[in-house]
Design a protein around this ligand. Structure first.
Ligand SMILES: [Zn+2]
Length: 327
């Protein structure tokens, strides 16, 4: 548990390094954030006290950085300070928040920043409740509340229209978004990705309820509903944008994914070539790509390529499909 002396030590000598660093230009942050979020997080602004419902929110869950999504605080450390800003007694990890001496306005205060992306969060004071006696006074706009059971996984296995259509039917899957990941180009367009020059793969980002479906099961389903043994190709679709790939967000996920790959490999004649990579960024695809199969079921690609895959999926995973849903 961090105490005031630790905070001073970190402010003087630097906070332990985060797992990864997210660095973006001012214009990139501007594109991603609302003007208020940008003002507070990137220009060290302060929101009006009592301006957010988050002050009075005490349900379970975690709070993540609005800029980079890194987890910052757990709801169990949140308390009613009466100040009008969400207040916590402890960060979620020792290296989640970084600390800097702030001498603005003729005071010396300790500024709290996201250690991953340097977003300004607020300040830390030594008048919090025991045992840490710390009060992290945080701007609500610099955070987003994360449901404790909702997790994300991002993977690709050829054309994202197909992958999306499969995962939309699973019990426990809350949202499926088609997009691009794993490449170099920022905010790529579909046209750029299909050129194969951006390094991105067509992927889906799945939000799932880990109480209803596990990451392990999702990976097994993914690996058995596309061909993970063909390099940079899925049926007639060829190019690195169609490569088989799974992204992990931490070491535990990497281990789970590796185990799932080994499990599926045991029943395969050929070697699985699926890339397992650290997740960095996901760029949602253009609106007309979302929910594609359901919107364009009559199109020949949907009828001849996606529909048979869905049929195979339906046979394999009868017990995991959302009840009352017609395929
Ligand atoms: Zn951040």
């Amino acid at each position: 548990m961090l105490k005031w002396l630790d905070i001073l030590k970190y402010a003087n000598n630097g906070t332990p390094q985060p797992k990864n660093k997210v660095v973006k230009s001012e214009s990139e942050w501007k594109q991603m954030l609302t003007s208020e979020q940008f003002h507070v997080t990137r220009l060290k602004g302060t929101e009006r006290p009592f301006s957010s419902e988050m002050c009075h929110l005490f349900t379970g869950g975690r709070y993540a950085c609005i800029c980079c999504g890194s987890l910052l605080f757990d709801a169990t450390e949140k308390f009613e300070s009466g100040t009008g800003w969400p207040s916590f007694t402890q960060p979620i990890e020792e290296n989640a928040v970084s600390y800097v001496k702030d001498k603005s306005y003729g005071m010396v205060r300790i500024e709290a920043l996201c250690n991953t992306c340097d977003a300004h969060l607020g300040h830390v004071f030594q008048d919090g409740p025991p045992p840490s006696c710390l009060r992290f006074c945080i701007n609500a706009v610099s955070m987003v509340k994360v449901d404790p059971n909702l997790n994300k996984v991002t993977f690709g296995g050829g054309c994202f229209w197909c992958t999306e259509a499969v995962f939309q039917h699973l019990e426990g899957v809350v949202e499926v978004v088609s997009g691009y990941s794993g490449g170099r180009t920022k905010n790529p367009t579909y046209k750029e990705v299909t050129s194969g020059m951006t390094g991105h793969a067509e992927v889906v980002e799945i939000t799932y309820d880990s109480h209803k479906i596990s990451l392990y099961d999702l990976i097994i389903i993914h690996l058995t509903t596309h061909n993970p043994c063909t390099l940079n190709r899925q049926g007639a679709d060829t190019g690195t944008q169609y490569r088989s790939i799974v992204f992990y967000r931490n070491e535990a996920e990497k281990q789970t994914i590796t185990l799932a790959v080994q499990e599926v490999q045991a029943s395969m004649m050929e070697k699985i070539v699926t890339e397992v990579q650290l997740f960095e960024m996901f760029y949602p695809a253009e609106a007309y790509h979302q929910n594609y199969f359901n919107q364009h079921a009559e199109q020949s690609y949907c009828q001849f390529v996606i529909a048979p895959k869905l049929e195979k999926f339906k046979q394999l995973y009868k017990d995991k499909i959302v009840k009352n849903q017609e395929l």
